[in-house]
Design a protein around this ligand. Sequence first.
Ligand SMILES: C[S@@+](CC[C@H](N)C(=O)[O-])C[C@H]1O[C@@H](n2cnc3c(N)ncnc32)[C@H](O)[C@@H]1O
Length: 229
Amino acid sequence: MEFFLNGGTALTEDELAAVGDVHGRRVLQLACSVGDEALMFAQRGAAVTAVDIAPAHLMTGRAKAEALGVDVAFIEQDMTRLDPEITGFDVIYISWGGICWVPDITEWMQLVADRLNPGGVLVISEHHPLWEILTVRGENALSVNGDYFDNGRDGYADPLKAPQITQTIGTPDVPHRSFVWSISSIVTGVLAAGLTLRSLQEYAESEMYPGLGEQAMHIPGTYLLTASR
Ligand SMILES: C[S@@+](CC[C@H](N)C(=O)[O-])C[C@H]1O[C@@H](n2cnc3c(N)ncnc32)[C@H](O)[C@@H]1O
């Protein structure tokens, strides 16, 4: 709370640039969790709708919004089946650990594209799919624990990452089944939905590969994609 009250932001400079000026714009955050980013958009003057499937997370988000005195519509929704009235957005945003819950990227991209206003932007700031399938075994040692080319075929539960993810999400009622969406499947989904790809960046994030050493800076940890309707 102190962080937010002192003007802190849950977004990086590049994410802020991708989203653009949100003042007076309608923003939808998907898989918003406890709402940190949604609150930040609201603090910057956006009309924000934030959806998540976990009621406990939404309650936390609402409590934070009340304490901060900002208005965010926290709505319990499955982001793969949004109600028809959740539409007409200038920005749709999803980040960190959201896309891995989508079982069909083509269908989902179309659903998202349909909820954007003409000229509206989709911003995805996510864990890199390569990171999803790699596990650090020691300095400069990685093992492959998933299939980069799975593209939603089976989904998987990494035995090393799953307990950590379940702990983070804290919702045993949402079964953990991750889907790996390769960069090419994401781009293809964007284009198939009729969106225009504006930018795609990949970033090294050494803290995502703890114990790997310097080599962590030579592989991608995250990506940031912007597309417009
Ligand atoms: C790792 S968290 C996202 C964290 C968020 N990006 C942030 O930085 O605060 C993933 C969220 O996805 C939500 N989730 C999982 N499946 C979902 C679905 N089908 N529809 C909506 N939310 C979903 C979970 O409840 C959880 O809050």
